[in-house]
Design a protein around this ligand. Structure first.
Ligand SMILES: Nc1ncnc2c1ncn2[C@@H]1O[C@H](COP(=O)(O)OP(=O)(O)O)[C@@H](O)[C@H]1O
Ligand SMILES: [Mg+2]
Length: 346
């Protein structure tokens, strides 16, 4: 039996359905990211696990126990929200110790555990400081230490890096991943940032409109997105509407290659920009380079073609292959194409 089971959870606020038919099993030690656009129901789902929001339908089973009706304080889960309010009048060490004191942990053990937690988040040197004497990233680490010091069965994080600037966020992501692996704590994190989810998660749960759209390991989901929404939310993708029959897809009157597919009818024809290349012979489509932008590690091109704008991305290992205004041929391998039925879309 999985460590945490969410059984068909749903939440309605009045007539409005925020989360629907949410079913997920989480194994011990996993790092799961709930990913999706703003308002899709991520926080509501996390709050149901934490116990601050009561599900309208469904059950939550933790380690074999039904905790659906258990008070949040009795669930004993570690929670860090974006606005991680620390007690301003307490030192870092006292902030971290607070949860242990509430649980009446003996003083000696309390000291040892606070030291251990501060070491884990690399704040030992700042134990005696007050929150106002810390940077945003340091405060964020205090909040994390405070959550893990009680050794909760599950760590719940809601956009914990939302308030940090981009560079610091990248650093904290790597730190959090290392920490999670070291202590092996089962973690569920909410984020709207696909890069963050891919960096951290063993498994991504992509949500849209209150429902799970797809669940999978980052690489699998990136390579095998089920449809338009997933492919464009997770990375960039060229998505063309077409009609599939007998191993080819017709897009705007052109036959495009597709591995023999059992799907027939209206489809999304999906190809990632990094899998499109320039070619001087046997082009699948030809067109004009409309824009070229430099992303540091890659060049991104938008090419105007008869099937629509095709994005191509090229690694920055040589001078760029084309200029704006150039006429170019494009090709790609049928093995890299994903075809999904439009009828399957919900
Ligand atoms: N307490 C509430 N009362 C009414 N509507 C709510 C409440 N909490 C959330 N919602 C609505 O539910 C939807 C999902 O919210 P939320 O779970 O916070 O989304 P996310 O975290 O993915 O941005 C939103 O449309 C939001 O306005
Ligand atoms: Mg939210």
């Amino acid at each position: 039996m999985a460590f945490l089971i969410l059984e068909q959870l749903a939440k309605k606020f009045g007539d409005y359905t925020a989360v629907e038919d949410f079913g997920l099993s989480v194994e011990k030690g996993e790092f799961v990211c709930l990913l999706g656009p703003s308002g899709c129901g991520k926080s509501t789902t996390l709050q149901m696990v934490a116990g601050f929001v009561q599900p309208t339908v469904g059950r939550i089973i933790l380690d074999g126990q039904d905790i659906t009706d258990v008070h949040p304080s009795k669930r004993g889960l570690g929670v860090v929200f974006q606005s991680y309010a620390l007690f301003p009048h307490m030192t870092v060490a006292d902030n971290v110790a607070f949860g242990l004191q509430m649980r009446k942990v003996p003083k000696v053990e309390c000291h040892a555990r606070v030291d251990e937690a501060l070491e884990l988040v690399q704040l030992t040197a700042l134990a005696k400081r007050f929150p106002k004497e810390l940077s945003g990233g340091q405060r964020q680490r205090v909040a994390l230490a405070r959550a893990i010091v009680v050794k909760p069965p599950i760590l719940l994080l809601d956009e914990p890096m939302g308030a940090l600037d981009a560079l610091l966020r990248d650093e904290m992501q790597i730190e959090l991943r290392e920490l999670q692996k070291r202590i092996g704590i089962t973690t569920i994190m909410v984020t709207h940032d696909q890069a963050e989810a891919m960096t951290l998660a063993n498994r991504i749960v992509l949500m849209g409109n209150g429902r799970i759209q797809q669940v999978g390991a980052p690489f699998d989901m990136y390579e095998q997105p089920r449809g338009n929404f997933v492919s464009t939310f997770l990375g960039r993708a060229n998505v063309f509407s077409g009609t599939c029959s007998g191993g080819t897809v017709v897009v705007s009157g052109r036959h495009l290659p597709a591995e023999s597919s059992v799907i027939t009818g209206s489809v999304d024809y999906i190809i990632r920009p990094e899998k499109v290349t320039f070619t001087t012979q046997d082009a699948l489509v030809t067109g004009t380079v409309k824009t070229r932008v430099f992303l540091g590690h890659r060049w991104l091109y938008q090419v105007e073609t008869p099937i629509g704008v095709v994005e191509l991305s090229e690694a920055n290992i040589a001078p760029p292959s084309a200029n704006e205004g150039d006429n170019v041929g494009l090709t790609w391998s049928e093995a890299h194409v994903r075809i999904t039925s439009q009828e399957e879309r919900r």
